[in-house]
Design a binder for this molecule. Sequence first.
Ligand code: DX5
Ligand code: ZN
Length: 233
Amino acid sequence: MAQNGVLVAPSIMCADLCNLESDIKVLESVGVDFLHFDLMDAHFVPNMPIGLELLSQLRPKTDCPYDVHLMVEDNDFFVSKLSEIGVQQIAVHAESALHLDRTLSLIRDYGIKAGLALNPATPITAINYVLDRIDYILIMTVNPGFSGQSMVPSALQKIADCQAFLQQRDVYLPIEVDGNVSFENIPKMVGAGANILVAGSSSIFNQHGSRPENAERVREAISQGLQIRNPHG
Ligand code: DX5
Ligand code: ZN
């Protein structure tokens, strides 16, 4: 689904978990770029939709890259287990990592791309001293833990601020956005600078359309966003 560098990562906690293998085949058929897995420990966030065993059992059934979003207290434990499963990128929350620099380095030591996840209220300056330790930034556009929420009002400005923060330092890092990445919000998010879209219940898994229909609407929304970003083409 990649369009001018904008990638789509369906949020698997929003998938049909009772028929997940077949749902993932459909997602592969519409050309998604990653599978986004939200791993929660019911401590850092009060939820636990999926676990390590699911990722492990799915691994041999799909070649799709794993985009893992850790919302846990013991990040290093999960990073170690995920390295055994075989994942392509892991984002850890600045708010949960006791030793963030060390954890980001640990992820990279396993040959996995390291991402920094920021809750809506966390300033962009949290990136400051780990800019050389990260491969992408995950901006939470909802408060983490649950699907089906509405984007927080400050989210679009924060995406633009993050883009400006990187440009001022002449640094290019993908900005991933996660939470209410809807058909309506995608143009604004892409327009503000988002490059990886975690598509959940308000887009690719929208109840009112099939996965192919929803994927087409996502593509259209991305095109609108690219138009906003580069009005002169
Ligand atoms: C929430 C997760 C998201 C969530 C997105 O903590 O990180 O990936 O599943 O769900 P929607 O798209 O419904 O907001
Ligand atoms: Zn997520």
